[in-house]
Design a protein around this ligand. Structure first.
Ligand SMILES: NC(=O)c1ccc[n+]([C@@H]2O[C@H](COP(=O)([O-])OP(=O)(O)OC[C@H]3O[C@@H](n4cnc5c(N)ncnc54)[C@H](O)[C@@H]3O)[C@@H](O)[C@H]2O)c1
Length: 249
């Protein structure tokens, strides 16, 4: 059983990889990322079941070549998690087309490319499977400055709904998770840039803290496990500490 995790070298993707390998001694993970992971995060007993594949998910040819290498390593692909994403914050009036295209191409096109490659393989090999895409609470709001990020994350939810219908008779479930603010490099970078205020975040969250990546990966593992989530497909699940449900004063 092999899970491919795009953006698996850091944050939520890395935590998902660590948790998959620790929870099942037969599980393998392929990390697809532009950056190599820090292998010291992995337990010694799991390290021979994880392999890093360098790839820019926004590029189709790069992704296709990378996917061929993954298949050479392990053909039994049953799961895909698409975490790779970036966020560039700027108001629309000063947003450059280059930045817009970069965000959309990694977050949305990258999700399409990897779902396209992996679901094709799953269908051809008749592997049962589960795909988890990653959106964000940004899809629910109109956070200023996040036009491209929000558009990409709304796109991921719509894309997930369509793919789940297209694959439902092939024994492949497709779901999306929308995390709230989670303690990863993506969030730390925005706090450091002054784009997000940590105190503000805590006040606006029903559960008054920022999520640990494991609280997001727990839900991803649940959705990947066909024994536990066999009747769930086409959903977008908010894992946000009550953020979108909180009444704003
Ligand atoms: N951290 C949060 O608060 C938060 C909130 C909501 C949604 N999310 C979503 O969760 C997912 C994971 O985010 P994270 O917080 O773990 O971020 P992160 O920055 O820690 O990890 C993102 C990973 O994507 C990789 N990546 C970036 N561009 C790439 C490219 N072109 N090709 C391949 N890999 C690339 C990075 O190298 C990194 O390893 C993202 O989709 C993000 O939008 C995060």
């Amino acid at each position: 059983m092999l899970t491919i995790i795009s953006g698996g070298s850091s944050g939520i993707g890395l935590q998902t990889c660590i948790d998959i390998l620790s929870s099942d001694s037969k599980a393998f993970c392929a990390i697809v990322d532009i950056n190599e992971p820090d292998y010291s995060f992995f337990k010694k007993s799991t390290i021979n079941r994880v392999k890093y594949f360098e790839c820019d998910v926004s590029k189709y040819n790069d992704s296709q070549n990378c996917f061929k290498k993954i298949i050479k390593w392990n053909k039994k692909i049953t799961n895909l998690v698409t975490c790779a994403a970036i966020n560039i914050v700027n108001p629309v009036i000063s947003y450059s087309v280059e930045d817009w295209e970069r965000v959309i191409s990694i977050n949305l096109t990258g999700t399409f490319i990897w779902c396209n490659l992996v679901s094709n393989h799953m269908v051809n090999t008749k592997n049962k499977g589960s795909v988890v895409t990653v959106s964000s609470i940004a899809s629910h709001f109109g956070f200023e400055g996040r036009s491209a990020y929000t558009a990409s994350k709304c796109g991921v939810i719509g894309f997930t709904k369509v793919l789940s219908n297209e694959l439902s008779d092939k024994n492949i479930r497709v779901n999306c998770i929308s995390p709230g603010f989670t303690e990863t490099s993506l969030l730390k970078e925005k706090i450091h840039e002054g784009v997000i205020n940590r105190k503000d975040l805590l006040e606006k969250n029903a559960i008054k803290r920022i999520a640990d990546p494991s609280e997001i990966s727990n839900v991803i593992l649940f959705l990947l496990d066909s024994n536990k989530s066999s009747y769930i497909t086409g959903q977008n699940i908010f894992v946000d500490g009550g953020f979108i449900n909180k009444k704003m004063d």
